[in-house]
Unconditional design. Structure first.
Length: 258
């Protein structure tokens, strides 16, 4: 286990505007807050079919994405004790970036990455990803990852290392950027983390799906990451409305994983 994180715990919070609408806040959480958030994620992940796990056709317990990643999507009310960090992060980013819109979080996506595999290139264009140009707010705890981003598919990829306690926000002119988790570094984790993994909390403004959370319970990349190649960036990002869900995402409708 790497001790790289211990040297960062004592550093102060810093805010960088990478470009208008794209802000990173380093060391946003203290070490104690990081531990608290990791404990929160771990507890949620153990809540049966509402957590990170499901059972396959052979009755074996597996991560619910069919990959080396567990996923929870739900109303912000389930994430009390963590959702306040979104409010603080948006306020902090807006103080230095006038292009970053304000945002009221309605939903949270919690991912647990358990291997070095990240997440393929995509844009957050679905109905439950949020409407308009309100920012996506991503809070990272645990293993470091390499986050890639670009505006167009033809642009060269740019990268940022997101470490435990960092927050990344993209909204306004950057709300629909193409992005990816290129790699998860399980050797770069906090000293206190017993099982190497990366917890990723993504806070979103998705008022149109309030009360419809079960429609977005499951998301499997190979089945549900559709429409990316044909998606056209809107001239007015404030008018963006996402692509609808698939029935196989719904609780009670999803096909059993092999």
């Amino acid at each position: 286990m790497s001790k790289k994180e211990s040297s960062k715990d004592s550093t102060e919070m810093s805010v960088e505007v990478i470009e208008p609408g794209l802000v990173i806040i380093r060391n946003f959480l203290s070490e104690q807050e990081r531990k608290k958030v990791a404990q929160h994620a771990t507890a949620l992940g153990k809540q049966g079919e509402d957590g990170f796990y499901t059972t396959n056709g052979q009755g074996k317990k597996i991560l619910n994405t069919g990959e080396d990643r567990g996923r929870i999507y739900d109303s912000v009310h389930r994430f009390k004790g963590v959702s306040d960090y979104c409010v603080k992060a948006v306020k902090t980013a807006r103080a230095v970036d006038p292009e970053m819109p304000d945002m009221e979080c309605t939903h949270v996506l919690l991912n647990m990455y358990t291997s070095t595999e990240g997440l393929v290139w995509h844009r957050d264009i679905y109905e439950n990803d949020g409407i308009g140009d309100f920012p996506i707010v991503n809070l990272c705890v645990g293993a470091t990852c390499v986050f890639g981003f670009r505006h167009k598919h033809t642009d060269p990829a740019r990268t940022i290392r997101l470490r435990s306690g960092d927050v990344l926000l993209f909204g306004g002119p950057c709300r629909l950027i193409d992005h990816s988790v290129l790699e998860v570094d399980l050797d770069d984790i906090p000293d206190w983390m017993e099982t190497p993994c990366r917890f990723s909390y993504t806070f979103r403004h998705s008022p149109e799906v309030i009360g419809r959370e079960d429609e977005f319970k499951y998301f499997r990349v190979k089945k549900h990451l559709v429409g990316q190649d044909t998606f056209q960036l809107p001239t007015d990002r404030k008018a963006h409305r996402g692509l609808p869900d698939s029935l196989t995402q719904h609780a009670g409708e999803a096909t059993v994983l092999a």
